[in-house]
Design a protein around this ligand. Sequence first.
Ligand SMILES: [Zn+2]
Length: 148
Amino acid sequence: MSYIPKYFTTKELVHPEWYAMKGDRAIEWIPDIALKALDEIRAAIGAACTINDSRGLKNCGLRWYANNPYSKTSRHLQGLAFDLHFYGQDMEKIWHFLYENAWKFGIAVMEDWQVTGRMINKKWIITWIHVELGGILKEGEKPKVVGA
Ligand SMILES: [Zn+2]
């Protein structure tokens, strides 16, 4: 029996192909340590968090293992990487909050905020925050920051 997240449904966390094959049991392919961390992050931010949605986002959680054009070594394929969208929130502030507090959530790796955004009206807007969960960090330790 898998940990059942308080804030996220299985559909939000897995690619539709996973859901079609396993239904709600697809969540069992995501390690509990990641599911718990997502709930803790969502609770700490205190604002709605979108991962996948029904409007086109489907590769932001556990990706389908076949026919995907993305990295074959991505932790999205292991249910350990998630792309977080906090619509209407200051994403740069949230990025830095997660970076500073990564050790509390077990965030081992984050993608640089400068590669997961775009320029809108001459202002850099972070579109999503990529986190890799399941890390064991010492108090105050910072995550590894990588380019896309
Ligand atoms: Zn990602």
